[in-house]
Structure formats: C-alpha cells, structure tokens
Design a protein around this ligand. Structure first.
Ligand code: NDP
Ligand code: MG
Length: 375
C-alpha cells in the first residue's frame, strides 16, 4: 500500500519540488491532498495529474474544482483520513494551525514552513510530543543534521554548525547593501526558491530562523548552534559529538534530496533523479565567519532567540511584514533590519506556551512593524 501525502503549498517552490520527487516514487507514495493560496491554474493542473482525494484553494473557492476553500481548507487537508504525511510547504505564519492539527492527529509533518516553528516552537514541539505526531525537517541544513544524528542518543550531541551561502550581497559593502533593489535581493547565488526566503537569505534572517528551528528540533541550547558562511552550499551542516568527532552531510544544492528524506526517514530509498555528487566538480570549498556589519538582522534574530518566549514570535512577524513591504517596493532593503530592531525594542516578551499567546504576540508585532517600517 502506498503512503498518502498532503502537500500544503503545492504551487510553490518546495511544493513543486515535492511533486517532482513523488513523480519518481509512485509505488511508495500517492498524493492525497493538495492546497494552494491563489494559483488556481497550477493547482488545477496538479490535481488533474495526481487526482488527490482533497484539493483546497484558500483564496478562491470551489469554482475552480477545489473541494475546500478559505483558511479552513489547510486543516481539512492536513487531517484528511487519506493523509499520513503532511508536507507543509506554506510560506509564513499561515502554516501554523495546519501543522498543529496534523500533529494532533498523530501524523508526520515534513516541515519546510520554518516560520511556524520559530513563532511557536514550544507549542509545536509539545503538541508533537503529547499527541504522537512527528516533525521531520525539510530544510536542507536540518535534514543534514538529522541524517548525521539518526541512530545516536541526544546526549552524544555537542554542537551544530549550520552553513549559510551568504546570499547575493556577501561581497558588498554594508552601505551598498542597505540600498539594494528587489531584483538584486532576488538573485540568489546557489538556490532557486520562493521570494520571501530568497530575501531572508540576503538579510541572513533565514539563518537566524534556522538557528531557532534547530534549537527546537534537536533540543540544543542556542550557544551550541553556530553558523558559518559557505558560499558553495555543498556542505549543509556539521554535527559535533561529545568525543570531538564531526560528521557533515554534503551534496550539490537541491531540495529534492531533503524532501525525499523527510518522507522516508529513517529509511533511505533509491532515487534516480538527483544529481550524483562529485568532489572534483564541487571544487574548492570555503568557510568564513558571519559578518555582523553585513547582516545586522541575523544578530537580532539570535538575540530574540536567547530572550526566549514570544521574542522569536515577534522577530518572525516583524520580518514577514518588512519583507512584504520591501518586495512591494515600499521600503528599502536596509529598512528590513531596522524595522525588526524597532519591533524587538518595543516588544515585551512573554510566555509562548499557548496558541492564544503566540497569536496575540504575532498580531501585535505585525502592527508595530507596519508602524515602524513606514515611520
Ligand atoms: P513559495 O512562495 O514558492 O510558495 C509558497 C506556497 O504557499 C505556495 O503554494 C502558495 O500558494 C502558498 N501560500 C502562500 N501564502 C499562503 C497562505 N496565506 N495560506 C496558504 N497558502 C499560502 O515559497 P517556498 O516554496 O520557497 O517556501 C515555502 C516554505 O519552505 C517557507 O517556509 C520557506 O522558508 C521554506 N523553505 C523553502 C526552501 C526553498 O528551496 N524554496 C528551502 C528551505 C525552506 P500560491 O502559489 O497559490 O500563492
Ligand atoms: Mg535552509
């Protein structure tokens, strides 16, 4: 019997890559549910090819062949009886309730939607623990860590080092970066991804989100989660064990491998589709420290993480608002970090243990961010 997979955000970069992977694994998996936000055309084509039991369009309705609509369709897809694994490939806070619902129903969540682990890490991990659900990361760095630690005890783990490409502005001066255009920010050197995460890679907010994600997934304190800039994106993460030994996971940058692993973990299955690794082609690999002048927002994220509670919720919300304003041409690139800083200054971090507390902090930070960004 094949395993039923729901893809929330099937029309996005991760969603489409997931369908690519599933296209080569048809005897193992079937597509049981698909959802999109507003790209009805692509969703319809995907549904025609894969014939899932459930199709949902958040911003549309049943007129385009979708069976569910509105935000409720995300939870309906995530908890559908035909679904065993939920790939959450939604961008931003909108993915939270579906993740919680899937975990409550005891399902595996293959999580690309890192924002929701940042905004509500305590709540999401507790829900998984209490309800028998499972969170398996899709993010390449976290997949790399998981691949290195599978079969080990958590007490054997000493330190994680996540790699960051450094984005398109790695060799720029901070002054030039502050005035970067949308086109420049969207020119990522090694990965082809959705717009929001591409901007997050240029500010390195993405890596701050990933540090928080790693903390919640692997249970390490923040001072044991480090980041190094590695422009070639071949080494995805290093894991240091208590005896000093270090393992790394390597490969040419592609999301298809971590997506497949999130579906099959802890087992590995043959896949003819991914480009085979060749160290000679990979060539020289270089590593450098993160420059705090070039990526001020990264430091803000780490500080919010260390503060704990709703500080990470506010960090994520402020960033989501600022990135949207930047992509809409309303603020300059440098204003993203400034907006986050202002929101964190004004935010009184509280307990982030309940959904209500998280949603209140999220809404408040969004309001502050809109105010701060345009001041
Ligand atoms: P995209 O912008 O390419 O895709 C986002 C998907 O989510 C689309 O299907 C979109 O639907 C849907 N969506 C957007 N807003 C909403 C909403 N409010 N409610 C429901 N659905 C919504 O993003 P990516 O695929 O790049 O990223 C998805 C997630 O994966 C992010 O959290 C990102 O950080 C993470 N990630 C991405 C990587 C990548 O390589 N792209 C790598 C690692 C992590 P529609 O098309 O209809 O608008
Ligand atoms: Mg990543």
């Amino acid at each position: 019997m094949s395993i039923g997979v729901a893809i929330l955000g099937s029309t996005g970069s991760i969603g489409c890559s997931t369908l690519q992977v599933l296209g080569r694994q048809r005897d193992r998996f079937r597509v049981a549910a698909l959802t999109a936000h507003s790209n009805a055309d692509l969703l319809q084509r995907q549904a025609a090819e894969w014939k899932p039991a459930y199709v949902g369009l958040v911003n549309g309705g049943s007129g385009v062949g979708a069976r569910g609509s509105g935000v409720a369709c995300l939870v309906e897809a995530a908890t559908h009886p035909d679904v065993e694994i939920v790939v959450n490939a939604i961008v931003g806070a909108a993915g939270l309730e579906a993740t919680l619902a899937a975990l409550r129903a005891g399902k595996r969540v293959a999580l690309a939607n890192k924002e929701t682990l940042v905004m509500a890490g305590e709540l999401v991990t507790r829900t998984a623990r209490e309800c028998g659900g499972e969170i398996v990361p899709v993010d390449s760095e976290h997949s790399a860590v998981l691949q290195c630690v599978t079969g080990r005890q958590s007490a054997e783990l000493a330190r994680l080092i996540l790699t960051a490409s450094g984005g398109p502005f790695r060799t720029w001066t901070p002054e030039r970066v502050a005035g970067a255009t949308v086109d420049e920010a969207l020119r990522h050197p090694t990965w082809k991804m959705g717009k929001k995460i591409t901007v997050d890679s240029a500010t390195l907010v993405n890596k701050a989100l990933e540090v928080i994600e790693a903390h919640f997934l692997f249970g390490l304190p923040y001072d044991a989660v480090e980041v190094v800039v590695h422009p070639q994106s071949v080494v995805h993460a290093f894991v240091e064990f208590v005896d000093g030994s270090v393992l790394a996971q390597v490969g040419f940058p592609t999301m298809e491998l971590p997506i497949l692993y999130a579906l099959t973990h802890p087992v590995r299955v043959p896949d003819a589709g991914t480009r085979r690794f060749d160290p000679v082609v990979a060539g020289t690999l270089t590593f450098e420290p993160v420059s705090s002048d070039l990526y001020p927002a990264y430091g803000l994220g780490r500080t919010a993480a260390a503060t704990g509670g709703t500080a990470a919720t506010a960090f994520n919300a402020a960033n989501e608002v600022a990135v949207e304003l930047f992509l809409d041409g309303k603020i300059r690139f440098g204003r993203i970090g400034e907006t986050i800083a202002r929101v964190l200054d004004a935010h009184h971090a509280g307990d982030a243990a309940t959904l209500e507390a998280v949603l209140v902090a999220d809404a408040e930070a969004r309001r502050l961010a809109r105010e701060a960004a345009c001041r």
